[in-house]
Design a protein around this ligand. Structure first.
Ligand SMILES: [Fe+2]
Ligand SMILES: [Fe+2]
Length: 150
């Protein structure tokens, strides 16, 4: 006999995971806001416009997740995950790249949870989020290479 599934506890696990994702989206928006403000050096104009362009994307992701968590019956968190503070350009790009990579991994897991629960819209949206974050990560990797920082 197959294992009996408990949909309620699977949904609770999904909500907990989405709240981790939400805290990290808030953190990303703050991180990019902070880096855009404090970046210095000869690459400042390019890096500042890149960081600024990310802020809206991450805020949009947070807004989607907060609404979804509420729709699923959960309580969206209000506090961001920890954000590394740095004034070093390479450290900024590396921490942004690592945050994007970790986010992609979490969304792949979240997508599997959504699929197991038959939540097609969430599953599709997570595909879109994975696309967005992969684009961010690849842009950062290119900048690390172009600036000879990798
Ligand atoms: Fe995001
Ligand atoms: Fe991102």
């Amino acid at each position: 006999m197959g294992q009996v599934r408990n949909f309620d506890s699977e949904v609770q696990e999904l909500i907990e995971g989405l709240n981790v994702d939400l805290a990290n989206e808030y953190a990303s928006a703050i991180m990019y806001t902070n880096y855009a403000a404090v970046v210095s050096g000869i690459h400042t104009p390019m890096l500042r416009s890149f960081f600024e362009a990310e802020i809206g994307d991450e805020q949009g992701h947070a807004q989607y997740l907060a609404t979804k968590i509420r729709t699923l019956g959960g309580t969206p968190v209000t506090a961001p995950a920890d954000i590394p503070q740095t004034f070093d350009v390479r450290a900024m790009l590396e921490s942004a790249r690592d945050a994007e990579a970790a986010t992609i991994e979490r969304y792949v897991e979240r997508r599997q949870q959504a699929e197991a629960l038959g939540m097609i819209e969430l599953q599709n949206k997570l595909d879109d989020l994975i696309d967005d974050e992969t684009g961010h990560k690849e842009q950062i990797e290119r900048m690390l290479e172009d600036l000879h920082l990798s």
